[in-house]
Design a protein around this ligand. Structure first.
Ligand code: SAM
Length: 275
């Protein structure tokens, strides 16, 4: 019997993948969690019916959350990742030798547990001694931190359930205060085909708080529409003023020194959303 997983991305459109094996389907304290193996994308973490990450294309998203911000900051020592319990962003953050400590605040301990078990290629650095893993609410953590981090990365689910507060203006204000005087933050901000309103709202809120705001995009095949945006807010350093000839070639598959500024060149309809 053939089994297919379909993510309903809007009321009338979805993506679908043939399932080889289902490892976990569980209602955690926060969300519905599934871990499946698919023929095309390999193992896949699904939360509340939405693809979070897959073995085949995870590198795009994780590299693009981590590297543009870390190569914009001249000396990122203390990094916070909000969400991201699969460990992919942490793995990329640790490729930067200046980072002394990376804190991960993930609300759902089950995401960490099952990612370590079924996605070791992604979660493999979560036990690294430079990493502190906190199972807790990123919103609360941000509001308790002051002048503490060089870079904050928001690797959250979509703005429903526990992640809804992570898309509010008050959260971005909290991040501004949690950052040091030349700090940078970056957040995944969904796709411009079906979530244009969200991108515009985040852009407006972040512009009211941070002096430098830039949006960049990447191609993630398993996310709705495949075109994904990220919003960066910075107190001092501009990603577009980075001398990319000084960025070292590190072990990546999507990000490169050539892509650093190029990723900020948006298709016109996306550019119009964030003018
Ligand atoms: N890359 C994914 C995407 O955009 O589809 C998101 C990765 S997934 C690992 C995001 C994580 O954020 C989930 O594990 C979820 O439990 C966590 N999360 C949601 N709300 C949170 C909150 N308030 N504090 C901390 N983590 C949260």
């Amino acid at each position: 019997m053939e089994l297919w997983y379909t993510e309903k991305q809007t009321e009338s459109y979805g993506i679908t993948a043939k399932v080889k094996e289902t490892f976990v389907t569980e209602k955690t304290d926060f969300q519905d969690l599934a871990m499946i193996d698919t023929e095309e994308f390999g193992r896949m973490l699904v939360l509340d019916g939405m693809v979070m990450t897959t073995i085949k294309d995870e590198f795009v998203y994780h590299e693009m959350v981590a590297h543009p911000a870390l190569y914009t900051h001249p000396n990122p020592k203390h990094v916070l990742v909000v969400g991201g319990g699969d460990g992919g962003v942490i793995r990329e953050v640790l490729k930067h030798p200046q980072v002394e400590k990376a804190v991960l605040v993930e609300i759902d301990g089950k995401v960490i547990e099952y990612s370590k078990k079924y996605l070791p290629e992604i979660a493999g650095e979560l036990d690294n001694p430079r990493v502190e893993v906190i199972v807790g609410d990123g919103f609360m953590h941000i509001h308790e931190a002051k002048d503490k981090y060089d870079v904050v990365m928001v690797d959250s689910t979509e703005p429903v359930g526990p992640a809804a507060p992570l898309f509010e203006r008050g959260f971005y204000q909290g991040i501004f205060e949690a950052l040091k005087e030349d700090g940078i933050f970056v957040a995944q901000t969904d796709n411009p085909w079906f979530k244009a309103d969200l991108i515009q709202k985040v852009n407006k809120d972040v512009k009211e708080i941070f002096p430098i705001v830039r949006v960049f995009a990447a191609n993630v095949p398993t996310y709705p529409s495949g075109l994904w945006t990220f919003t960066m807010g910075s107190k001092k350093h501009d990603p577009l003023e980075v001398d990319e000839t000084q960025i070292p070639e590190i072990n990546t598959k999507y990000y490169s020194p050539r892509l650093h500024k190029a990723a900020f060149v948006l298709p016109k309809f996306v550019e119009d959303l964030v003018k």
